[in-house]
Design a protein around this ligand. Structure first.
Ligand SMILES: [Zn+2]
Length: 253
């Protein structure tokens, strides 16, 4: 934990707050103690004199010496509940906007429009903007993080599929090489792969990048149908069909 943060006097924009020194602050212990602490928290033990509260990934973390009594911690949490709830709300808002309000597609940021319709399943359409339609019963419900992630994955798969299809047609014509089959998968360890039985897999994570980048990955994998390595000849063939490939490739690192 950065020490300078701990001693900051103004904690307006900090998520860490020096709360109290048990010895210094005698007033706190005189407060009526509420038996139930409504705030869920986790204790991080450390050999320190003070007690610190921080909000980390949406979780309330109390950092203090193992000697500090639970009762005292909860008393402080109750006293600071307003500040804690405000920080938690801010965190949730941030998370939401990160996931469904805007989405990065083909190198641009797209606005996401959320609709509620008389449908049974969540439906997504990607055109000038991204439209996510939820069944009506979602209207007053909180959308779980898991569902948000699934929707984002579905959008990425759809976009990557459409773009890959166009790029495949273009470069199979140009190079004369075609895979037996190709598919889109959510792979986090590679942008694409080509198997020895001539199947190509393209990562749906490519949806974030512009068209040229997706084209490059498609061309790269198609070139592996001729050269199953990254030899000089391999890169020569890539360059033949995409002279600026080095520039494009930089984005993927
Ligand atoms: Zn390769």
């Amino acid at each position: 934990m950065p020490r300078n943060v701990l001693n900051m006097k103004s904690s307006k924009d900090s998520n860490t707050r020096k709360i109290a020194n048990e010895k210094e602050d005698k007033k706190l212990t005189k407060m009526p103690y509420e038996n139930s602490c409504k705030i869920q928290y986790r204790i991080e033990q450390a050999k320190i004199k003070n007690i610190y509260i921080k909000i980390k990934d949406g979780e309330v973390v109390v950092r203090c010496s193992p000697k500090v009594q639970k009762k005292y911690i909860e008393e402080i949490l109750n006293k600071k509940s307003e500040w804690i709830n405000k920080k938690l709300k801010e965190y949730n808002k941030e998370k939401q906007s990160e996931n469904l309000e805007k989405i990065q597609i083909l190198g641009n940021e797209y606005n996401v429009k959320i609709l509620y319709k008389d449908i049974k399943k969540v439906d997504v359409s990607v055109e000038d903007e991204v439209e996510i339609s939820f069944p009506q019963y979602f209207e007053n419900r909180e959308i779980s993080q898991k569902l948000k992630n699934n929707i984002k994955d579905a959008i990425y798969k759809k976009v990557t599929f459409e773009e890959t299809k166009i790029a495949m047609e273009k470069y199979t014509k140009l190079t004369g090489f075609a895979p037996k089959q190709w598919r889109i998968r959510k792979i986090n360890t590679a942008w694409g792969s080509c198997s020895s039985n001539k199947n190509i897999t393209i990562s749906s994570n490519l949806a974030k990048f512009d068209r040229q980048t997706i084209e490059y990955v498609v061309l790269h994998e198609l070139t592996h149908l001729k050269y199953m390595n990254h030899s000089k000849q391999f890169w020569q063939m890539v360059e033949n069909y995409m002279p600026n490939y080095k520039e494009i490739r930089k984005q993927l690192k």
